[in-house]
Write a protein that binds this ligand. Structure first.
Ligand SMILES: Cc1ncc(COP(=O)(O)O)c(C=O)c1O
Length: 422
């Protein structure tokens, strides 16, 4: 693969893309951003620029996929969420284009007033059916799906027990609810059992977990978590953002993976922007829950409805998942190839049947260095650092997709093999 020239730094001539305003100015923003968080970011970003380590926010010239272009140069992409390779699927794109022609680019309102169209209703029916739930609602993002649910179900007198690695959107939803937030050791039902026992006197107890953890690629032990929740009469919310389309025999998510009736879980949330290759979020559960959330869930009531193109793309994406089961097969083959290739080069990786392959690096700077080294060699692989992962556990978050060829994965593995751990 041709090696692209290193990314130009801000001091050189280049399109103004990322990292503006790193130097403090005397303008009023200075006081506005006189904050410890801003200071930390600007210090880190200046260092990243000086050392030429920042590879974030690269502007793709076209669709995502295994082979992308950035500033006229080809790259192999190894960190996309498009797990089933649906972005670029001709029928998904046709559906999105047809939806814009029929319904326009925007929905023109919030769902409760004038924003609902037939596509929303069709997608909600299909999603509920696919998830094995009575009903579903869709809205602007997976992030807001969690904000719809949590504050509508618990309040200041209640407690939320969140897995230690639960997604940021779940934690933000918990904070918004003003319920007390407790964290529980990752994927540890015994720790959850103890926490719930201590909360026996709290009126409502909501447990929140991810089905598939986006930075670890592991799966929540749902049967054990469910048993603990049942024993303590606690409610359970599972976020399926990275599980929908990727686990279970036909991609129906965590319940299907474990052979559990989805109705056993109180609330499912998820994203339309990962395996479905579209944009948006959903909540699935009982018909009564969904009706309640349609009227009490603030982001559903007060934010514009999901746009027609995304709704149609997700609807068609679901249909492709049903009629092209080989995509899931191919994604799994590529993930297994990626894992085994990295193991052969000496990397320790756990065995999970998910497309997410975290390459643990440890120190943040080393993760940035590795990402830069790969980028220079023509591979885009995302470095993930604190706070997205615990401090000292920085990593490259690699993803195998159904769109990767065996050669793509071999090239990625070979590029990573040139890295020598300091
Ligand atoms: C577990 C989890 N939930 C929710 C989200 C947010 O989804 P969206 O990108 O659709 O807002 C993500 C995003 O990566 C996620 O990993």
């Amino acid at each position: 693969m041709a090696s692209p020239a290193p990314l130009q730094t801000d001091s050189q001539e280049r399109p103004s893309t990322v990292l503006g305003g790193l130097e403090p100015s005397e303008r009023c923003e200075r006081a506005l951003l006189d904050l410890p968080a801003a200071e930390r970011w600007f210090r880190l970003l200046r260092f990243g620029r000086e050392e030429d380590l920042y590879t974030g926010q690269q502007p793709l010239e076209g669709r995502t996929g295994p082979r992308i272009r950035i500033r006229g140069r080809p790259y192999l992409s190894l960190s996309s969420y498009d797990y089933l390779g649906l972005i670029g699927h001709p029928e998904v794109e046709e559906a999105a284009i047809a939806a814009i022609r029929r319904y326009g680019p925007g929905s023109g309102g919030v769902r409760l007033l004038t924003g609902t169209n037939e596509l929303h209703c069709a997608l909600e029916r299909e999603l509920a059916q696919f998830m094995g739930s009575e009903a579903a609602l869709v809205l602007g993002s997976g992030y807001t799906a969690n904000l719809v649910v949590v504050p509508a179900l618990v309040g200041p007198r209640d407690v939320i027990i969140a897995d230690a690695l639960a997604h940021r959107s779940l934690l933000d939803a918990a904070r918004l609810s003003r319920a007390r937030l407790r964290r529980c050791r990752h994927n540890d039902p015994a720790a959850l059992d103890r926490a719930l026992a201590e909360e026996a006197a709290t009126p409502r107890r909501l447990v929140i977990v991810d089905g598939v953890y986006s930075m670890e690629g592991d799966i929540a032990p749902l049967p054990d978590i469910l048993a603990v929740c049942r024993r303590h009469r606690a409610f359970l919310l599972v976020d399926e953002a990275h599980a929908l389309g990727t686990i279970g025999p036909t991609g129906r998510g965590t319940a299907a993976h474990f052979g559990i009736d989805p109705g056993e879980v109180d609330v499912w949330t998820g994203s339309l922007s990962k395996a479905l290759g579209a944009q948006g979020g959903y909540v699935a559960g009982s018909a009564r829950l969904i009706t309640y959330l349609q009227h009490e869930g603030a982001p559903y009531v007060f934010s514009g409805a999901l746009c027609p193109a995304s709704t149609a793309a997700a609807l068609e994406g679901l249909s492709v998942i049903r009629r092209e089961p080989l995509r899931l097969e191919r994604m799994r083959l590529r993930a297994a190839q990626l894992r085994s290739g990295l193991r052969r080069s000496g990397h320790a990786l756990s065995e999970w049947p998910t497309p997410i392959v975290p390459l643990l690096v440890g120190h943040e700077m080393e993760a940035y260095r590795l990402a830069r080294q790969l980028f220079t060699a023509g591979v885009l692989a995302t470095a993930v650092t604190h706070p997205a992962v615990p401090a000292g556990r920085a990593r490259l978050r690699l993803c195998a997709t159904a769109a990767h060829s065996a050669r793509d994965i071999s090239e990625g593995v070979a590029a990573i093999a040139t890295w020598s751990r300091p």
